[in-house]
Every structure is written in structure tokens, then in C-alpha cells.
Design a protein around this ligand. Structure first.
Ligand code: PDD
Length: 285
């Protein structure tokens, strides 16, 4: 039986009940995080919990048990018997339960806090062969730096891409590629990496940050500059990255083939370097 965390308790999932007056349900007034467990340890848990705390702060949500966050992530793994597996933990906070009204509940109510863990293995076929992604205008708001569960503007274009056989959709804002519906994107040109700078137009991906530091530590030059869509034909390589998939080579963007249509050599090198770095974080080694 799957055990979840809800508002201070660990309980079987079928006993986890949330009010229809929850602001997460009524307004998408909620934030979330997802971290990856590598059969014995979380990769960059401080990165994920730090971003969760930032999302809470940016949306004026206060949770009195915030200090227990890391402990709850660990306990979700343990209580679900996932210790030796690869898994992911999702953790969500909403502004809580109150009759529908745009204004924050006054006096404030407790946030609704929900977490679950599930087994997760990487899509090795995609990581090996690469994928095609689709480009479309970015329909999202201008606070993409907040990891909110209000994801309809990500879900709709993703579904459109998915229906056409694409593995991800990437967004274009003012002529520049921002990020994917659930990933960040990197390009390679003349052996240098290009990725959108950290600002309100993208989520600051934990994988993105770790790739940047691993690349720099291995003398790969990284330019945090957005790539204009009309430069895509001149890019030698591209890849998307996130917590659930690590690095996935991109071999085609809409109908533009990237490089020779195969995963690029720098992409391959970074896949190995990132994996080695993740393994080096195993405290039991
Ligand atoms: N999504 N950009 C967006 C919009 C995302 O939703 C994600 C991750 C990323 C990559 O961030 P990170 O490297 O920290 O996973 C970028 C996760 C996987 C999700 O929503 O399931």
C-alpha cells in the first residue's frame, strides 16, 4: 500500500483526503518540488528543498514545519520500501482550505502539504537515441521561476506535441527559446554550451545548474545566453534536462534536424560526466 504524507501524517494513500475548498484545487494556488532518489541517497536535495522554500516565499506561503522537509522526503522513501530503488518524491504545498475568494484567507489558514514517492527509472532509450521536440510560442505567465502546480499552460502545448509524436515541447518568447514544458534546454555551438539565463522566463532547473558546474569543472565553456530561433539551424547539438530524465539528446526541433541527426559528442560526454558526478554524491561509496 502506497504511503503518502498529508498535513503532518503518513497514511495510506486511499485515506489521504483533501477538501474541495482547497485553494490548490480552486485556483492552482500552490507550489511543488520533485527530487530524485538514487537507491540510497537523494541527488542535490538541498538544491530541491532550497527551491521549494523559495517558491513558498515568492508566493507568500508559510508552513510552520518547514524545517522537517528533508526528513519527510527521506521518510517517504523509507515507508514505501523504496530504499534500494530509484525513485522520485513529489512534494506540494497549497495555500490551504477556505471558501472560494481571490483574497488570501484572513486570518491565514494552514497550508495543505502533500508528498508522495514512487519508483522511477530513467528512459534509457531516449537518453541513448535522442528525441524530437516541438517549438511553440510560450503561453505561460511571467513568473516561470516559481515551481507552481498551476501547469495548464505547460500541459496543453505538451499534449499537442505528444499527439504529434514529439517527446517534449519547448517554448519561444520574443524570438528566443526559453525552456521545455518540464525541462531546461541546452544548445552546443562550436564546442560551447548555450542555455537561457536564470530569470523569470525559466525555472532554474537543479539539473541545469549541476550540468553548468560539471561542464565548467571539465573546461567546457558555458554561455548563459538565450538562443534565437533563427540560430537553431546553426546549432551543432541540443539536449534537454531535468530531474526525472537527466540529459536527453535532442536530434530534431520541429522539422529542423540538429547536427547530423544523432546525439552529439559533447552531449554524450556531459551525460557521462553528470552521471559520474551524481554517483560521486553517494555517501555510502
Ligand atoms: N520538472 N523547467 C520546467 C518548467 C520544469 O517543470 C522542470 C522540471 C525543469 C527542470 O528542473 P529540474 O532540473 O530541477 O528537474 C525546467 C519536473 C521534472 C516535473 O515537473 O516533474
Amino acid at each position: 500500500m502506497e504511503v503518502v504524507y498529508l498535513n503532518g501524517q503518513f497514511l495510506p494513500k486511499d485515506q489521504a483526503l483533501i477538501s474541495p475548498d482547497d485553494r490548490g484545487f480552486l485556483f492552482g494556488d500552490s507550489v511543488y518540488e520533485v527530487a530524485r532518489w538514487y537507491g540510497g541517497y537523494f541527488f542535490d536535495l538541498p538544491g530541491h528543498t532550497g527551491r521549494f522554500r523559495r517558491s513558498m516565499k515568492e508566493t507568500n506561503m508559510v508552513w510552520k514545519d518547514e524545517a522537517k522537509l528533508e526528513e519527510i522526503f527521506e521518510e517517504l522513501i523509507e515507508r514505501n520500501g523504496l530504499g534500494a530503488d530509484c525513485a522520485i518524491v513529489y512534494f506540494q504545498a497549497t495555500r490551504g482550505v477556505a471558501p472560494r475568494n481571490h483574497a488570501f484567507p484572513d486570518p491565514p489558514v494552514k497550508p495543505t502539504i502533500y508528498g508522495f514517492a514512487r519508483r522511477h527509472n530513467i528512459n534509457t532509450l531516449a537518453a541513448e537515441r535522442g528525441v524530437a521536440i516541438w517549438l511553440t510560442p510560450d503561453p505561460r505567465w511571467n513568473r516561470c521561476d516559481i515551481k507552481t502546480t498551476a501547469l495548464i499552460a505547460n500541459v496543453l502545448p505538451y499534449q499537442e506535441a505528444h499527439d504529434q509524436g514529439f517527446a517534449e515541447v519547448c517554448f519561444v518568447r520574443n524570438g528566443f527559446v526559453t525552456e521545455g514544458a518540464h525541462s531546461n534546454i541546452f544548445f552546443v555551438r562550436n564546442e560551447a554550451l548555450y542555455t537561457h539565463p536564470e530569470n523569470n522566463d525559466i525555472l532554474s532547473g537543479i539539473t541545469r545548474k549541476n550540468i553548468i558546474s560539471v561542464a565548467r569543472a571539465n573546461d567546457v565553456s558555458v554561455v548563459e545566453e538565450a538562443v534565437a530561433t533563427d540560430m537553431i539551424p546553426y546549432m551543432n547539438e541540443a539536449f534537454i534536462c531535468n530531474t526525472t530524465g537527466e540529459i536527453v539528446p535532442v536530434t530534431r526541433i520541429s522539422d529542423q534536424v540538429i547536427g547530423d541527426g544523432n546525439p552529439g559528442h559533447l552531449t554524450r560526454k556531459l551525460q557521462v560526466l553528470l552521471r559520474e558526478f551524481i554517483q560521486s554524491c553517494d555517501p555510502h561509496r
